[in-house]
Write a protein that binds this ligand. Structure first.
Ligand code: NAD
Length: 260
């Protein structure tokens, strides 16, 4: 069903975004990658996806803190592939610490990258989607869009906001056959989480293995990381025709985290 569709995936040089790029390319989607990495890594990712799945792949260097870059990214997809059918808002960062004393510039960049970038990309992509009466928008939120955790004020605020924005986009665009959903993962083993494991090990005097087990054990009842490829499979389902009646939802993929 997705053969020949064109997808933008923000923050797809690593982790969950890259796994989603593989899942969509495997279904025949052309992919516009985005995110930070050195030139050699980016050209390696472009060639790997092209060769493995025989689809068109390109890269946008847009910085998700910059609204003009984000508009350029959507315009680039329209220009090189002809249109934007699928938009995956995945780019995200994390920086932990209590609200009192939390650095103002960290608050601003988490809100910009994890929340406002979705407003800017969706705003740019919607006119084309509406004209063609088709669109799939998926926002990678988090369990932290549904529940809180200490020391994650900016992240929790951004992800809760992202789920709210998802619902409004879904409502405003339902008649135009444009769906908008959020995916809310628990712990997924990516560079974003490695940093938190390292911080935990340092703070609590633990080995990396002990810190990993403790981190997973505290919140995720099945005590296993979510696989990034499992999120890719859910994205494919939501983009496919089987997902056409699902809109405004927030799907947890969290090993039971939010059931507690
Ligand atoms: P990651 O660090 O592996 O990937 C983040 C991606 O975002 C990278 O490609 C990075 O280059 C890109 N990025 C960062 N700042 C950017 C900017 N200013 N402009 C453009 N790209 C930028 O992290 P991940 O774990 O794969 O996270 C992806 C998304 O999943 C994030 O939104 C994160 O909040 C969410 N998430 C992750 C987990 C987890 O456990 N890993 C759980 C829930 C939600």
């Amino acid at each position: 069903m997705l053969k020949g569709k064109n997808a933008i995936i923000t923050g797809s040089t690593s982790g969950i975004g890259l796994a989603i790029a593989h899942s969509l390319a495997e279904q025949g989607c052309n992919i516009l990658l985005n995110g930070f990495a050195d030139k050699a890594t980016i050209s390696g990712l472009v060639s790997e996806l092209q060769e493995k799945y025989n689809v068109r792949v390109d890269y946008s260097p847009a910085d998700m803190t910059k609204p003009n870059d984000i508009a350029d990214m959507v315009a680039m997809c329209d220009r090189i592939f002809g249109r934007t059918d699928i938009l995956i808002n995945n780019a995200g960062i994390q920086a932990t610490g209590p609200v009192d004393g939390y650095p103002v510039e960290k608050w601003d960049s988490i809100i910009a990258i994890n929340l406002s970038s979705t407003f800017h990309s969706v705003r740019a992509a919607l006119p084309g989607m509406k004209k063609r009466n088709y669109g799939r928008i998926i926002n990678i939120a988090s369990v932290h869009g549904l529940v809180g955790s200490e020391n994650k004020g900016a992240y929790v605020a951004a992800k809760h906001g992202l789920i709210g924005l998802t619902k409004v986009i879904a409502l405003e665009n339902a008649p135009a056959n444009i769906t908008c959903n959020a995916i809310c993962p628990g712990w997924v083993h990516t560079p974003l989480v490695d940093k938190q494991i390292e911080d935990k090990a340092k703070a609590e005097g633990l080995s990396i293995e002990e810190a990993t087990n403790k981190l997973i054990g505290e919140k995720q009842p099945n005590k296993r990381f979510v696989e990034a490829s499992q999120l890719g499979a859910l994205v494919v389902f939501l983009c496919d025709d089987n997902g056409s009646s699902i809109t405004g939802s927030a799907y947890t993929v969290d090993g039971g985290w939010t059931a507690q």
